[in-house]
Design a protein around this ligand. Structure first.
Ligand SMILES: [Zn+2]
Ligand SMILES: [Zn+2]
Length: 110
């Protein structure tokens, strides 16, 4: 049995949103807010990608998909990426350098 003091502090009410009974916030509203938050976070992350230092990796992945969609033959050396990211980190500096594929000259197409 619920403690009478707690029940008085959190009286249940009929929710207009979902028609259920709640003693707190409507869980359906919270779920919708979470969905909005996730959608907004994904949009913001997408908008940030072009300026990110990891962009070559993403561009390479995009190129691989474009080549596959166009029906062209992807470069056997780089797999269509046009090159690869080489880790040139030293000391406390994390640095990634894009190395263009010598076989296809960076086009990703053989
Ligand atoms: Zn509700
Ligand atoms: Zn290549």
């Amino acid at each position: 049995m619920a403690c009478p003091a707690v029940a008085a502090a959190n009286p249940e009410y009929v929710c207009e949103r979902c028609g259920g009974w709640h003693s707190g916030a409507c869980p359906e509203a919270a779920l919708r807010q979470l969905g909005d938050l996730v959608a907004r976070t994904v949009r913001e992350a997408d908008a940030r990608i072009p300026a990110s230092p990891c962009a070559p990796r993403t561009v390479a992945e995009m190129r691989v998909r474009l080549i596959a969609a166009s029906g062209e033959q992807a470069c056997g050396s780089c797999g269509g990426a046009g090159g690869r990211v080489e880790d040139t980190s030293d000391g406390g500096t994390i640095r990634q350098t894009w190395r263009t594929c010598g076989t296809c000259g960076g086009s990703g197409v053989s």
